[in-house]
Design a protein around this ligand. Structure first.
Ligand SMILES: Nc1ncnc2c1ncn2[C@@H]1O[C@H](COP(=O)(O)OP(=O)(O)O)[C@@H](O)[C@H]1O
Ligand SMILES: [Mg+2]
Length: 340
């Protein structure tokens, strides 16, 4: 089976960001095409470049949170090793599309079986969200990796490497991607903003960085959404379109509660939920993020964060969000005596 038949059989898109996408999505448009475009993962990139030099690859396992460059790094390294014709010897599959063993038995095996095209020594199978595979599927994958290792390299991407079975982990060089630093996010956003001729204020940039919390996909999506409203991007727009409260609003809200003013804090909560459109979970996440910067004792922080964890869990289990949030505020308000 040649590549075209293969794509036909499985109706895969051979090209990323295909021509049928009407409005170009910036996370595709600005997907790095070379390792040097990837920001904030310097040590990983340095090591990946050494593979490009030798034009050889071990199996790779990329783990880490979403939007930090795992797919980008995979595609960039394959492009750098194979050059122009990289698509001939590369396939991208998503394990969570079809959980289970079928994807391994058919798609992966069919591709692994084909000889590399052109003068390439091997082909690369990129398997995204590999931690969605069942243990059985992972065992089948392991056997396929062994059987075709002469002509096929795997790049597996996952959020948690602990969900990948040990025999696969031990066959791969493991790279742990971290959430991106503020500087890394800002650097890339500035670059895209320049390309798109947008004017992003310094506060707007900080807002994007806050909203993204280390996830470049979120940062770029926020920038593109803001750009639909005009070519000047400020913090108000960013917080508004992402339904995020400003960090200082959250800080004031917490301080009001901690001062014992339950009624005042409840009014501020109404504003967040009703006018700003935050969900109960959003509010809890933002309260949690604000805790470390609060001017209270460590002991007090520990006590409050413990309670935030409790409330978060109850909400996840389906408890009434409004009641849980008010209970949290009540708890904060009652701890008045312990705060400065
Ligand atoms: N470290 C990075 N440097 C530059 N762009 C990045 C980086 N990480 C993510 N991106 C951007 O965010 C989008 C999503 O990245 P991706 O590599 O698919 O994330 P992951 O696979 O880790 O979930 C990409 O299109 C890319 O434009
Ligand atoms: Mg990815």
């Amino acid at each position: 089976m040649d590549v075209d038949q293969y794509f036909f059989k499985y109706s895969l898109k051979p090209f990323r960001g295909g021509v049928n996408i009407k409005e170009e999505i910036w996370i595709e448009k600005y997907r790095p095409t070379k390792l040097d475009d990837i920001v904030g993962q310097d040590e990983i990139i340095r090591r990946l470049k050494s593979y490009v030099k030798t034009r050889n690859l071990p199996h790779l396992l990329f783990s880490g949170p979403p939007g930090v460059g795992k797919t980008a790094a995979s595609i960039s390294i394959v492009r750098e090793i194979f050059g122009e014709t990289w698509r001939n010897n590369f396939i991208e599959l998503n394990a969570s599309d079809e959980r289970g063993i079928d994807i391994i038995r058919h798609k992966v095996k069919d591709f692994a079986r084909m000889a590399p095209l052109g003068d390439a020594d091997f082909k690369v199978i990129f398997l995204d969200e590999a931690d969605a595979l069942t243990n059985d599927a992972q065992s089948a994958l392991r056997r396929t990796m062994e059987r075709y290792s002469a002509t096929t390299r795997f790049i597996l991407s996952c959020n948690y490497s602990s969900k990948i079975i040990e025999p696969i982990q031990s066959r791969c060089a493991v790279y742990r991607f971290k959430p991106l630093s503020a500087e890394a996010v800002k650097k890339r956003v500035r670059f895209i903003a320049d390309e798109e001729k947008l004017i992003v204020s310094e506060e707007g940039l900080s807002a994007i960085e806050y909203v993204a919390s280390g996830d470049m996909r979120k940062a770029i999506n926020a920038l593109q959404a803001a750009a639909l409203l005009g070519d000047q991007v400020d913090e108000e727009t960013i917080y508004q379109i992402t339904s995020t409260a400003k960090p200082e609003e959250i800080r004031n809200f917490i301080k009001t509660a901690l001062s014992g003013d339950f009624v005042g804090a409840r009014a501020a909560l109404d504003d967040l939920l009703l006018s700003k459109g935050l969900s109960g979970q959003d509010v809890v996440v933002q309260i949690h993020r604000a805790m470390m910067d609060l001017d209270i004792s460590d002991q007090e922080k520990v006590r409050l964060i413990d309670r935030i964890g409790e409330i978060d869990f109850r909400m996840t289990e389906g408890a009434n969000e409004r009641i849980q949030l008010e209970a949290l505020l009540a708890y904060f308000a009652l701890s008045k005596s312990n705060t400065p």
